[in-house]
Design a protein around this ligand. Structure first.
Ligand code: SF4
Ligand code: SF4
Length: 504
C-alpha cells in the first residue's frame, strides 16, 4: 500500500546551513552581547574578593562542600535558600517579561546555545571562508585541503570547548588552586569528569547539532509561544509591501505588465468607478527583489518571508541583510522589521507604524515588571535586615521525654547556631517560657558556647522541669530558645515545645 496514511515524520534530517556574513546594527549588537556574555562567563571566577582570613577570597563561588554561595559581599547559607529561589523566580519573570514584549530575544541574543553556535560559526568562517566557499568545500571530495581546513576548525572548536568546560568548574572551587590541580593531575575525578562532559557537549552542540538543539531539544520555543500575543514585537516580513516579489527579467516583465494593465484600465482606479474598463489587473512588483539575502544569513535556515515560524529565534540578522539590499536598490529600509501582529492590519489599512513603546507598555508587561520589581525589592530588603546569627532547633523525639531519679522531666534538643560573621563569637543560650524550665548544655557549665567565624555549631541541650513545676505534669508547654552574642546586641531565637508526663 502506498504510504498515504503514514504518520508524518517527527524529525527531518539535518540540512547543512551555511549562514553568510552580515553587517548591520543588529549584528553589531550581537557581537557586543557575545563579547560581554563570554567575558563574564570566563573572567568571573578569577575575580578576587577579600572577606577576611576565614573565608574564601573568590568573588563568585558555589562552595558545595560547605553548602554556601558567595557573590561578592553577599554570602548565602543553606537556610537562606529563599534568596536563590527568589532569584530563580525573578529570572523566570524576566524571561516572561522579555518574551511577551520582544518575543524570543533571549534565544536570539543571550542563550548559551546561540552564543556558542555563533562563536563556532565565526571560527568556521575565518578558517573555511564565507558561505559560498563553505558550500563549495562541503560539496567537494575529501582531499588534503579539505582535511586541513576541517581539522584546523575542529581543533579550534575543541580548544573553545575545553575552555568552556574548564571555566565552569572554577565556579565551584578556588580557581587558581583548581587550575594548578587540573594541570598537575591532582584535581578530583568529578572535576575532570565535569570538564570532559561540558567539553563534549559544547563541541557537539555548538559545532554540529547547532540549530537542531533549538528545534528539537529545547522546550523554550514551545513555552515561549504561549507567552506571546498579537502585540509582541517579533521579526516579520512586510509582505504587503514586498509582494509580489520578483527579480531580474521576471521583475521587469511584472513591471511592464503592471504599466500595460494600468494603461488599459484608463484613468480609473482598479476598475471600480463608473465607466471603468474590464481590463485585467496586474500588480506592480513589490519591494522584495527575491535576492535571498535574508535566507542566506539566517542561522536557522528559514525564509522569514514564509511568515512566523517556530524556528525563528528573532536574531534580526535578516533585518540587517535586507536593509542593506534596500539601501542598494534605493527603497526604504524595514521590509523585514521588528513588528507586532497588530501592525499588519494597521499598516495594510495605510496607517503609520505604531511606536514600539506602545506595544511594549501594556498591562501584561507592566504586571510582569511590577511582580519582578516587588520580588527584587523584597530580596534586597531581606538581605539588609537579615541577622548575622541564626538558630534552628530540632527536638530529639525518641524518647520524647525522660523522667529522672528525682522525678524531674527532661527533654533533649539539638540546636544549630550559625555564626555568619567573619569573627569568632561567644553565644549565651537561654529560654523564655511562662513555666519554670531549666537549661543544661552538654559539655558547658555556664550556658556559653564558642562558634568560630563563618561556622555552624551543633549543640545538644537539655531542658528540665522539676516535679513541682507545672510543665512536668502538663502534656505540652511551648517555649522559645534564645542565643545572644556575647558583647553585642545580636540575638536569634527558635520556638519549640516541652513534653511532660501528661503525654502518658
Ligand atoms: S528568520 Fe531572521 S530573525 Fe529569524 S532566525 Fe532567521 S535571521 Fe534570525
Ligand atoms: S533580503 Fe529583502 S529583498 Fe532580498 S529576498 Fe529577503 S526580503 Fe526580499
Amino acid at each position: 500500500m502506498a504510504s498515504q496514511d503514514a504518520a508524518p515524520k517527527l524529525y527531518a534530517a539535518q540540512e547543512p546551513i551555511f549562514p553568510k556574513r552580515v553587517k548591520g546594527p543588529f549584528r553589531n549588537f550581537k557581537w557586543a552581547l557575545m563579547i560581554f556574555t563570554l567575558g563574564v562567563y570566563y573572567i568571573t571566577p578569577w575575580i578576587r574578593w577579600d572577606r577576611g582570613p576565614s573565608l574564601p577570597d573568590q568573588a563568585v563561588l558555589v562552595d558545595l562542600a560547605n553548602r554556601r554561595f558567595f557573590f561578592f559581599w553577599i554570602e548565602i547559607w543553606p537556610h537562606e535558600f529563599y534568596f536563590v529561589a527568589g532569584l530563580l523566580i525573578m529570572a523566570g519573570l524576566g524571561l516572561f517579561l522579555f518574551t511577551s514584549a520582544l518575543g524570543r530575544v533571549w534565544c536570539g541574543y543571550a542563550c548559551p546555545q546561540t552564543v556558542w553556535t555563533d562563536l563556532f560559526y565565526t571560527v568556521e568562517r575565518w578558517i573555511e571562508g564565507d558561505r559560498n566557499a563553505r558550500l563549495r568545500l562541503w560539496k567537494q571530495k575529501w582531499d588534503f585541503r579539505k582535511w586541513r581546513l576541517r581539522v584546523t576548525k575542529w581543533i579550534v572548536w575543541l580548544l573553545i570547548a575545553v575552555a568552556t568546560g574548564g571555566a565552569w568548574v572554577f565556579y565551584f572551587a578556588d580557581a587558581p588552586t583548581l587550575l594548578r590541580d587540573l594541570l598537575t593531575g591532582q584535581a578530583a575525578f568529578v572535576a575532570y569528569a565535569t570538564v570532559g562532559i561540558l567539553t563534549a557537549t559544547t563541541f557537539i552542540f555548538g559545532g554540529f547539532a547547532r540549530e537542531q538543539i533549538c528545534i528539537y531539544a529545547c522546550p523554550w520555543p514551545r513555552i515561549q509561544a504561549a507567552m506571546m500575543d498579537e502585540h509582541t514585537i517579533t521579526v516579520a516580513y512586510r509582505d504587503w509591501r514586498g509582494e509580489p516579489r520578483g527579480k531580474g527579467k521576471k521583475r521587469r516583465e511584472m513591471a511592464e505588465a503592471a504599466i500595460e494593465s494600468s494603461r488599459l484600465a484608463g484613468p480609473t482606479i482598479r476598475g471600480t468607478e463608473p465607466g471603468a474598463t474590464s481590463a485585467p489587473e496586474v500588480e506592480a512588483p513589490g519591494d522584495c527583489i527575491d535576492c535571498m539575502a535574508c535566507v542566506n544569513v539566517c542561522p536557522m535556515g528559514i525564509d522569514i518571508r514564509d511568515g512566523q515560524q517556530m524556528e525563528c529565534i528573532t536574531c534580526a540578522l535578516c533585518i540587517d541583510a535586507c536593509d542593506e539590499i534596500m539601501d542598494k536598490v534605493g527603497k526604504p529600509r524595514g521590509l523585514i522589521d521588528y513588528l507586532a501582529l497588530t501592525d499588519e492590519a494597521n499598516e495594510r489599512a495605510g496607517n503609520t507604524k505604531v511606536p514600539v513603546m506602545r506595544h511594549i507598555l501594556r498591562p501584561r508587561t507592566l504586571i510582569y515588571t511590577a511582580l519582578w520589581s516587588a520580588i527584587g525589592v523584597g530580596l534586597i530588603v531581606a538581605l539588609f535586615i537579615r541577622s548575622e546569627i541564626d538558630l534552628t532547633v530540632a527536638q530529639v523525639r525518641n524518647p520524647q521525654f525522660v523522667t529522672l531519679s528525682d522525678g524531674s522531666v527532661r527533654n533533649t534538643y539539638d540546636i544549630r547556631i550559625r555564626n555568619m560573621t567573619a569573627a569568632d563569637a561567644t553565644f549565651r543560650i537561654g529560654l523564655t517560657s511562662d513555666d519554670v524550665l531549666r537549661v543544661d548544655l552538654e559539655g558547658s557549665q555556664d550556658l556559653m558556647v564558642e562558634v568560630p567565624a563563618d561556622e555552624t555549631l551543633l549543640q545538644r541541650v537539655y531542658v528540665i522541669a522539676r516535679p513541682e513545676d507545672a510543665a512536668s505534669g502538663r502534656e505540652r508547654t511551648d517555649f522559645r530558645f534564645w542565643v545572644e552574642e556575647f558583647g553585642t546586641e545580636e540575638r536569634a531565637f527558635g520556638d519549640t515545645t516541652f513534653f511532660g508526663r501528661g503525654q502518658q
